[in-house]
Each structure stands twice: as structure tokens, then as C-alpha cells.
Design a protein around this ligand. Structure first.
Ligand code: SOE
Length: 379
């Protein structure tokens, strides 16, 4: 059977993680069609050739357009800085290629709308698109969603979400594209805040109605590795309160200055019948509190999410032999391939990515108006 050829654009941190997922997915999951790591694209031809060798791609080329339009490429995976997502994704979708695009989908609502429109048109031709909100594929979070859907929490009343990192805490940490609004769209809010906004919708099955926000930039300029000084044009931290359409209340916090927190996604969902709690720094565990149990013995209990019956676990290791960060990317690749094989749209699609972009815009609008409650439009 002819393999599905992949073109991956970008080979920094995300490109490396996605390469690992594409290398692994056909070895652990049963696939309807095998995948081929056909071509890696970057901007510097020498560097991308070396990266292709290191990461297991047949070829490395310095022109993304050439890679995307090749006849032996069926899936385009976009792992570049945000300002190039829209052009690459729309080109690929119009050429009939399935697209996986890293988050946040774009640098603005207008770009995300153009991408979502191209994805809707391509869908009519059987072309799939997916936004890379990978944490949906962490087994403990997929289990959390299942429990919420089964009603184990009753009516959800509150959602608390924090995504904390500290890689900018050092005032001498170098400048990069992630600190440039034209390239990244937003700072902590777009980079990691986008994940918890997506998780809120995923876990509660409910979009946000509106937000009230504050943003801060603590260090206003930084030196790049080449010695040049640059203004930081994005937020270093974002905090906002929000209301879901259902009426549930939420708090969100995203920070790159949370000293000591490396990649802490801390979530808590409280409902009329119970609660769930999760921390990515212990990603194989989910805490569940059943409020219907007698008060004398009720308490949060730790579920070790490594049983074969847990989401995605049947192909992995025996119980107790935990998974890591990269496994969620393999699950993501598998879900996209399943959607392609079945002719169904994998979640989250580009419309879901557009929704997150609209929340980001509402947060920025609210923060600019001293935290005024700002509706999330169009969702
Ligand atoms: C950097 O903050 C980053 O790599 C994010 O861009 C990813 O989406 C997140 O998974 C880990 O942190």
C-alpha cells in the first residue's frame, strides 16, 4: 500500500518532537496506511539537511513551498513560528494536503479565520486539518474529559487553570522570536495560555462567554544571542477570570516567570458531585474527589492513568510504567491518521483553533481596557 508521505516544516524544538512522533506512530499503533518521513523543510538548506539526517527524514530542503507541493507528500505538518502558519497552511490545504498545525493557530483572528475557511473548503474535498493542542492527548486529561462527560462531577461549577514556566525568570535569558509580537502573536498568553483555553473547552465541552484580564511584561528588552538588543513586545504573564456559556466560572493564569515551575499545567474542575485535579509535572496521575461518598472517608484519590483500559494506553507499557511528554504527540499523529483513514475530522480542527484565537483577542482587548469584561465573539 502506498504510504502517506509527510512534509514537516520547521526543525527546532517542536519539529524535533513531531519527528519523534512520526517515527514512532506506525511502530506502536496499527495504521490503515503506513507513513513515510518524506521531507523536512527549513529556511537554511545546510542546516535542514543535517537536521533531516538526525531526525530520520529522507530529505531536507530549504524551500517549504517545494516540499508542500510535492506529489509524494500527503500530510503537511507545520512547526514554524506563528507568523508563517497561515501562508503554509492555506497553500497546503488548497493543494489538497491534510494539515497539522502547531498552536496557537495564527498570530491574529484574521489569519485564523482565513485558515479555518481554507480548512472548511478543503474538508468538502475530504482533506483533514488539525490544530496541535497536544495536551488533549495526555491520557490523564482524556480520562478527565470522559469522567466529566459521564457526569461523575455532576454540573461543573468552576474551572481553575494555570500553565506555569520560568524560562524568562532570568533577566539575562536571550531574546527570541517568541518575544516578538509580529512573529508570535502573543507571549505567555498565546504560547501556553492557548493550551489551557483549549483544555477548558475540551474538558467542559463548553466555550467561554467572556473574559476579564490583566497582562504584564516584566522585562521590557532583552539581548539576542548575536548581541543585539530588542524590545519585548509580548506579555510575560497573563491572568484572567472568565465565564463559560454554561455559567461555570473560571480562572486562568499563564506565566513564563513562575520561578521553579518548568512546565506545570495545573487544573482543577469542581462540580456538584465531585472534583478532578491534574498537574502535568505528574502527568500519569489524575486526582478524583467523589463528593457523594460519606464525609468521614471521602477524599481526593490518585488514579494512576496507566491501565490498558485508559485512553491510548493499550499499545504502551504494563501498568505503572508511565508515559512522558512526547507520547501525546504520537497519540496526536495517530488521531490525525485515523481521521484521514475514516474520513472523519480529528479534534481539535481549525475552527477550534480559531475559537482559541478569539479568546486570546478578547483577553488582550480586556487587558487594554483595565480588565473590563469582554465577550468572546463568534464562538
Ligand atoms: C514553550 O513555552 C513551549 O514549548 C510551548 O510552545 C509548547 O506548546 C508547550 O508544550 C511547552 O512549552
Amino acid at each position: 500500500m502506498q504510504p502517506l508521505g509527510i512534509a514537516l516544516v520547521g526543525h527546532a524544538f517542536m519539529g524535533r518532537v513531531h519527528s519523534q512522533a512520526w517515527r514512532t506512530v506506525g511502530r506502536v499503533f496499527p495504521l490503515a496506511r503506513p507513513v513515510d518521513l518524506t521531507v523536512l523543510a527549513g529556511t537554511d538548506a545546510d542546516r535542514v539537511r543535517r537536521a533531516a539526517d538526525d531526525l530520520g527524514w529522507r530529505e531536507g530542503i530549504g524551500d517549504w513551498r517545494e516540499a508542500v507541493l510535492r506529489d509524494d507528500v500527503h500530510i503537511v505538518d507545520i512547526c514554524t513560528p506563528g507568523d508563517s502558519h497561515a501562508e503554509i497552511a492555506v497553500t497546503a490545504l488548497e493543494a489538497g494536503k491534510h494539515v497539522l498545525c502547531e498552536k496557537p493557530l495564527a498570530t491574529s483572528v484574521a489569519e485564523a479565520e482565513a485558515m479555518a475557511l481554507a480548512a472548511r473548503r478543503a474538508r468538502e474535498q475530504g482533506v483533514r486539518s488539525m490544530a496541535g493542542f497536544t495536551y488533549r492527548r495526555v491520557p490523564a486529561l482524556a480520562l478527565a474529559r470522559k469522567l466529566v462527560r459521564e457526569g461523575r462531577l455532576g454540573r461543573v461549577l468552576q474551572f481553575r487553570a494555570r500553565y506555569l514556566q520560568d524560562w524568562l525568570h532570568d533577566p539575562d535569558a536571550p531574546y527570541s522570536w517568541r518575544l516578538d509580537r509580529t512573529r508570535a502573536g502573543a507571549g505567555a498568553l498565546g504560547d501556553t495560555g492557548s493550551h489551557i483555553v483549549d483544555l477548558g473547552r475540551f474538558l467542559l465541552d463548553d466555550p467561554l462567554d467572556g473574559v476579564s484580564a490583566q497582562l504584564a511584561t516584566f522585562v521590557e528588552s532583552r539581548r539576542a544571542p548575536d548581541g543585539t538588543e530588542h524590545e519585548v513586545t509580548v506579555d510575560d504573564a497573563a491572568v484572567f477570570t472568565a465565564r463559560f456559556r454554561s455559567g461555570a466560572l473560571a480562572t486562568f493564569e499563564a506565566s513564563r516567570f513562575a520561578a521553579g515551575r518548568k512546565n506545570a499545567i495545573q487544573l482543577e474542575i469542581s462540580g456538584t458531585r465531585g472534583a478532578l485535579a491534574f498537574d502535568f509535572e505528574s502527568m500519569n496521575e489524575l486526582s478524583f474527589y467523589d463528593a457523594t461518598e460519606p464525609p468521614g472517608t471521602a477524599g481526593f484519590r490518585r488514579i494512576l492513568v496507566t491501565e490498558p483500559g485508559h485512553p491510548y494506553l493499550r499499545v504502551w507499557w504494563p501498568p505503572g510504567h508511565g508515559l512522558g511528554y512526547e507520547h501525546a504527540f504520537t497519540h496526536q499523529a495517530y488521531d490525525l491518521l485515523t481521521g484521514i483513514a475514516d474520513g472523519t475530522d480529528p479534534e481539535p480542527d481549525f475552527d477550534d483553533g480559531l475559537y482559541v484565537q478569539r479568546v486570546i483577542e478578547a483577553v488582550e482587548t480586556s487587558a487594554a481596557a483595565s480588565g473590563t469584561y469582554t465577550p468572546v465573539t463568534g464562538s
